[in-house]
Design a protein around this ligand. Structure first.
Ligand SMILES: [Zn+2]
Length: 396
């Protein structure tokens, strides 16, 4: 078996301290066989890279099935106009949808992404995911637009859809879309059947209107329902934020991994309550999508201060300029340069793998894992290394 040897100014194993002038050795199928200091490379040829080597990225939130909507929706309009546009413009030929999804899947591979938490509302991407070199966790998403009488039917539709994505080594689970679109009855149905050990994901507090909807029963979401001609008689304002309303009613699985996505309007109290109640909650940030849709970003400082486990996602090509985790990392560090660049890279790798329950193979440069290997060309000794970013590439 041929062993390949790589060296860099800095190796970031992610499950341990950084290794200056470190070495990584991998076998033919990408399994890590050695990680350590410079002495590991003394008696063999070893390729040297300027900058860092780290495990492959995890994209914790994507909508592959919206890839054909790139450049179709204007930026900066806000979430509700954005959703209106998605509903109005998503129709396309299956051929075009599949072709664009395939292109997006290839682009993620080239970016150095190794696994994706991907939302599906329809089966269009099943074949692309099945043959992908990436590992997918498909979150089959349900909503009943606060019509509990439709909850059972929607859940059964999701069950049938989930079967189409149930193709090892990929994973699948049924998840709620967002607090403003899912009745408590449907939340309970999802929770009652959610298999232990599988991850669950939910869009959370992506717009101020979501909290307003729950706290006072007013605002743009009420307007949105009115426009659609949908009466939301089952809904009553709670006086609490959306997340606190959901947590108070015990609607999320407490033992499993729960991914909360976006969190731009999440408060310190929300974070504390979720972390007190849920055993493993992961906060997925999609900064470029937040800037694309609402020109806003989460309050990262709150999450760091509360010891929150952060992950990174791209959201869809309908709401982003590309599907690159590296670009998301660069955006976070551009606007929040007080954050530690190595911490943010850990969000992009190990935390994402843990959130998707894939950290047995992915997420860190650990002996026996097959995590992929990414090179980022930058100056590790600069005061803010990510500011010196030149390029990155997938090596394994
Ligand atoms: Zn999303």
């Amino acid at each position: 078996m041929a062993i390949r040897c790589y060296r860099a100014d800095l190796i970031l194993p992610m499950d341990g301290p950084p290794i200056p002038k470190g070495v990584v050795q991998v076998d033919d199928d990408g399994t890590i066989v050695a990680v350590g200091g410079p002495s590991l490379a003394e008696d063999q040829p070893c390729t040297h890279y300027r900058g860092v080597l780290l495990p492959g990225f995890i994209n914790a939130h994507c909508h592959l099935e919206l890839s054909h909507m790139q450049d179709m929706i204007p930026t900066g309009t806000g979430l509700i106009p954005f959703i209106r546009d998605i509903i109005r413009k998503r129709e396309a030929s299956l051929e075009q949808i599949v072709e664009r999804a395939q292109r997006a899947d290839d682009a993620m591979w080239r970016d150095g992404i190794v696994a994706v938490g991907d939302i599906s509302n329809v089966d269009h991407t099943a074949a692309v995911k099945k043959r992908s070199r990436l590992c997918y966790h498909t979150f089959v998403e349900v909503f009943d637009l606060w019509q509990p009488s439709n909850a059972e039917e929607e859940y059964r539709r999701a069950q049938a859809l989930a079967e189409q994505f149930d193709q090892a080594p990929h994973k699948v689970s049924i998840v709620p879309h967002a607090p403003y679109s899912v009745s408590y009855a449907l939340f309970r149905r999802i929770r009652s059947e959610h298999p232990n050990g599988l991850s669950l994901s939910m869009h959370n507090q992506e717009t101020a209107a979501e909290n307003e909807f729950f706290m006072r029963g007013t605002g743009a979401l009420v307007e949105f329902y009115r426009e659609l001609g949908i009466k939301i008689e089952a809904f009553e304002p709670t006086g609490k934020t959306s997340l606190q309303s959901i947590l108070e009613r015990d609607l999320l699985p407490v033992n499993g991994r729960v991914l909360l996505v976006h969190n731009t309007q999440t408060t310190r109290d929300d974070i504390r309550m979720a972390q007190a109640q849920l055993e493993s909650v992961y906060w997925v940030s999609c900064p470029n999508a937040n800037l694309y849709i609402e020109n806003t970003l989460p309050h990262y400082r709150l999450f760091v201060e509360e010891g929150a486990r952060m992950c990174i996602g791209t959201d869809s090509l309908a709401s982003n300029w590309g599907l690159s985790i590296m670009e998301e990392v660069r955006t976070i560090l551009r606007y929040q340069s007080y954050l530690d660049w190595q911490d943010v890279l850990r969000w992009a790798t190990l935390h994402g793998a843990q959130a998707l329950g894939m950290d047995d193979i992915l997420g860190s440069l650990t002996l026996g894992k097959r995590p992929g290997l990414v090179h980022i060309d930058l100056d590790v000794d600069a005061p803010q290394p990510m500011k010196t970013y030149r390029s990155h590439q997938r090596i394994v």
